[in-house]
Ligand binder design. Structure first.
Ligand code: ATP
Length: 142
């Protein structure tokens, strides 16, 4: 059995990573999925989350802001709206995005009729992207 599979992560800014890995764990629109070498072909949507990449015995984290994943037996392609390897994440920026989105959501929930200007779906997605980045850097949030 093949022990590795090529993972390519691409965002609108270009290639995020291309490497041989032993396992990928992602949050798909249908729930958590683990992909091993020679996985059956698959195409799925991805929701914002920290992807777990196993390379030999090490685990690396890549923040994914949502997108699509295509799996063939030899290659996994993630087409992400945005994605960053953990070392390229600006933690301070992610914390600020998290607080901003959280405050908007709380304001909206407190008085929805007074805050019809708040796009709640947009705020929820911004919160999920910020959480993905904080998870990928091991930064706690409440
Ligand atoms: P912000 O409000 O901080 O811009 P966002 O979730 O709206 O966050 P995105 O639209 O997902 O940002 O991403 C825009 C670009 O900025 C992408 O290229 C993404 O990789 C990059 N980016 C966003 N947040 C961070 C971060 N905390 N660290 C590094 N790059 C980031």
């Amino acid at each position: 059995m093949a022990s590795s599979i090529l993972l390519e992560v691409v965002s609108p800014n270009g290639a995020v990573c291309a490497k041989d890995i032993s396992m990928l764990i992602v949050r798909s629109t249908g729930g958590e999925l683990g992909i091993l070498p020679r996985h059956a072909p698959l195409i799925t949507g991805l929701v914002p989350h920290a992807m777990r990449v196993k390379v030999q015995n090490q685990e690396e984290l890549i923040a994914c802001a949502g997108g699509f994943m295509e799996v063939t037996p030899k290659k996994i392609t993630v087409l992400a709206n945005a994605a960053e390897e953990s070392g390229n994440i600006d933690v301070n920026r992610a914390q600020q995005a998290y607080s901003r989105a959280k405050a908007r959501i709380e304001e909206f929930k407190r008085a929805p009729k007074e805050h019809e200007d708040i796009d709640i779906d947009r705020a929820e997605l911004a919160l999920a992207r910020a959480k993905a980045r904080l998870l990928a850097t091991g930064t706690s949030f409440n």
